[in-house]
Design a protein around this ligand. Structure first.
Ligand SMILES: Cc1ncc(COP(=O)(O)O)c(C=O)c1O
Length: 405
């Protein structure tokens, strides 16, 4: 058998392209944060993770330019050897303070944080307890780790307890959860996770890629949301974050106690054997962090916008799947219906993302919309008007597949 046989018989993407319903790898011409030009047409962007709209903030852009002028375009090496700038260390100190943890370590992407941390910490005799709907980078981190992974049903504390009870006493245990689930926009039941962790002697890691800069009174994420941030005894041992969402850059970090972060720094292969974040990315994330600290009204504005969107979509009869955050999914169903609905949005100048299996359970395809503090009232009104118009078509998606849109 030829290794490439699977590539010759992979037709799904081409079929969707031929049907004019291929929603991936869309090239964006220009971009002003809340709107963009795609295929020569102007679209309203409700498909990004730029929750605070800081990618185009003049202070963030200027910080990236200045860092490039000062340090060059790349560090050309890993944090471990020649790739650590004072800038990286300053950002680590500020992130640790922001998350009220002793220390943090900056990686080149959030994906690499999860790969590096899980494989560094979880040895042969250890067990990871992983929510089934955790992000792909956690799932892959679990695959890389030498210990066993046991998955519990999404946000199901009884199932988590059952798995904890079955763990051997001798095993080191790590419960890993997303703070905000990236597809349905719900918030994990962190207080219950911590309660079970205490009962069974497990450690807790929260991936707060989406939560940081999005939820909590001061935008510090899931711990902030539950009032656990200022508590030195919160029971959360590690918080992972990314710069690729509210922090308007690319890169990621892990925050925790000084000795655990130090261990990770010396054992995480995704950190040690890969080049460090560029000066521009590091400086941009630091500038965005400062804005989040100084301008908490941005998180309030975001919450006002998403509350309005969610309530309006619910009133129209859409199922927003219990979302509590700036990620507002709309449940559609089959893959075909989901792609057809996406196409109708796209035709009407709305950039949103279709998500089908394996990103969702089979038959539970959804349109993932997400909002920014910088969206204008007019843009939000336009998005809602299109959803309102499509409500009727939603009842008969086959119409759309047949070109009825
Ligand atoms: C929950 C979660 N964790 C981790 C990541 C990876 O982050 P990054 O984009 O920095 O690699 C993402 C990105 O989509 C995410 O949604």
């Amino acid at each position: 058998m030829d290794l490439f046989d699977k590539c010759q018989s992979f037709h799904r993407a081409r079929e969707l392209m031929e049907a004019g319903m291929y929603p991936y790898f869309r090239a964006i011409g220009d971009h002003d944060c809340t709107s963009a030009t795609v295929g020569g047409r102007r679209v309203v962007m409700v498909g990004s993770n730029n929750y605070l709209g800081l990618t185009h903030d003049a202070r963030v852009v200027e910080a990236a330019k200045e860092a490039t002028s000062r340090f060059g375009t790349s560090c050309t090496g890993s944090r471990f050897l020649n790739g650590t700038l004072e800038l990286h260390e300053e950002l680590e100190e500020r992130l640790a303070r922001f998350m009220n943890m002793e220390a943090s370590c900056v990686f080149s992407t959030g994906f690499m944080v999860n790969l590096g941390v899980l494989s560094a910490l979880v040895g042969k005799s250890d067990v990871i307890l992983c929510d089934r709907e955790n992000h792909a980078s956690i799932i892959d981190g679990c695959r890389l780790a030498f210990g066993q992974t046991r998955k519990f049903r999404h946000d199901d504390m009884d199932d988590l307890e059952r798995l904890l009870r079955d763990c051997p006493d001798s095993a080191g245990k790590l419960i890993v959860v997303d703070g905000v689930f990236s597809m349905n926009g719900t918030i994990t039941d962190l207080p219950s996770v911590v309660r079970l962790a205490r009962k069974y002697g497990a450690r807790v890691m929260v991936d707060d890629a989406h939560g940081i800069g999005m939820i909590g009174p001061s935008g510090r994420g899931t711990l902030d949301h539950f009032g656990m941030l200022g508590d030195p005894d919160s029971g959360v041992d590690l918080v992972m974050g990314t710069f690729s969402k509210s922090l308007a850059s690319i890169g990621g970090f892990i925050a925790g106690s000084a000795n655990v972060v130090n261990f990770i720094k010396h054992h995480a292969r995704a950190l040690i054997f890969s080049a460090s974040p560029t000066p521009a990315n590091t400086a941009a994330a630091m500038a965005a962090l400062q804005i989040i600290e100084e301008e908490p009204w941005r998180v309030e504005t975001l919450n006002r916008i998403v509350t309005h969107v969610r309530c309006t979509l619910n009133d129209m009869g859409y199922d927003t799947m219990g979302s509590e955050t700036a990620i507002v999914p709309v449940l559609i169903g089959s893959d075909e219906d989901t792609f057809a609905f996406w196409k109708m949005l796209d035709d009407r100048g709305i950039f949103a993302n279709p998500v089908v299996a394996p990103g969702t359970p089979a038959g539970k395809g959804l349109i993932r919309t997400s909002y920014m503090a910088s969206h204008t009232d007019d843009e939000i009104a336009r998005v809602l008007a299109v959803f309102s118009e499509l409500r009727a078509v939603r009842e008969a998606p086959a119409l759309a597949l047949a070109g009825g849109a």
